[in-house]
Design a protein. Structure first.
Length: 256
């Protein structure tokens, strides 16, 4: 992403065949609101009920991740590390253990941060926790510079925690995403050159990008199936059918 004014392309790439299964052009300057929409487009294009969507940190957005889960799509998106606590030698939220039965956190000092109140910020329902032992805690200097260490928990935080467990169990997911989508975008940029877009306005840019994506996919399918195989895959119409249709589960990587 370069700027809000510049059209940006988002694409979903099949991890096995490196085909672009869905794409879109937007003038929004970040990817945070794109995850569920593009993942659903990829799932519909593939004709599958089960799909894992890999994306980079720029796509991390709690409501978008929840929307993927509710749509039956498994999201794998690393969380951006926006806090300076670790860098400054202090504990961060990952050092606090949540107890769902008691609805409280255990801090590194062994104290209990109990539930205090519920608030709403940016449309999200958030629960606040802290311990009364903070002011006299011997480890306070390693925890917070404020009087109390306050912990915030989203009402659907368990969805993010489940995703993090999946990420921890599949450390190769980030590598797979880079190897898949970055190669595709690198190829497209090499084809388009230093002045990639010849048109202006979203509809025209969308058409231009669609033509480039079609050319890329045709070359990939010829590589995968051969020219004759690709022709045989479309006996009744000129529609180019994806060889991935019918797969029980497909991994799609999302990137810009």
């Amino acid at each position: 992403m370069v700027s809000i004014e510049s059209p940006c392309c988002t694409a979903q790439v099949d991890a096995d065949h490196h085909l672009i299964v869905a794409h879109d052009v937007t003038n929004v300057g970040n990817d945070r609101a794109q995850l569920s929409t593009m993942a659903k487009k990829a799932r519909d294009a593939l004709g599958t009920e089960h799909m894992t969507a890999l994306a980079d940190r720029g796509y991390f957005n709690a409501p978008e991740i929840l929307a993927c889960e509710q749509a039956g799509i498994i999201p794998l998106v690393p969380k951006p590390l926006t806090s300076n606590s670790k860098a400054e030698g202090r504990f961060d939220k990952r050092d606090f253990i949540y107890d769902p039965k008691a609805d409280e956190y255990e801090c590194p000092a062994g104290e209990r941060a109990i539930h205090r109140f519920v608030t709403e910020e940016n449309g999200l329902t958030l629960h606040k926790y802290w311990s009364s032992a903070c002011p006299r805690c011997p480890m306070k200097a390693k925890c917070t510079t404020a009087t109390y260490r306050r912990i915030t928990r989203w009402e659907h935080e368990h969805v993010l925690e489940t995703m993090q467990v999946r990420l921890d169990a599949t450390p190769q997911a980030a590598v797979a995403r880079r190897q898949t989508v970055e190669h595709v975008f690198g190829t497209l940029k090499a084809w388009l050159g230093t002045t990639p877009l010849l048109t202006k306005t979203l509809p025209r840019v969308g058409t231009e990008i669609s033509s480039t994506v079609l050319a890329y996919n045709m070359k990939r399918m010829i590589k995968i199936m051969g020219t004759q195989g690709m022709v045989r895959a479309q006996p009744d119409s000129c529609e180019l059918r994806s060889p991935l249709r019918g797969y029980s589960q497909v991994d799609a990587t999302i990137g810009t």
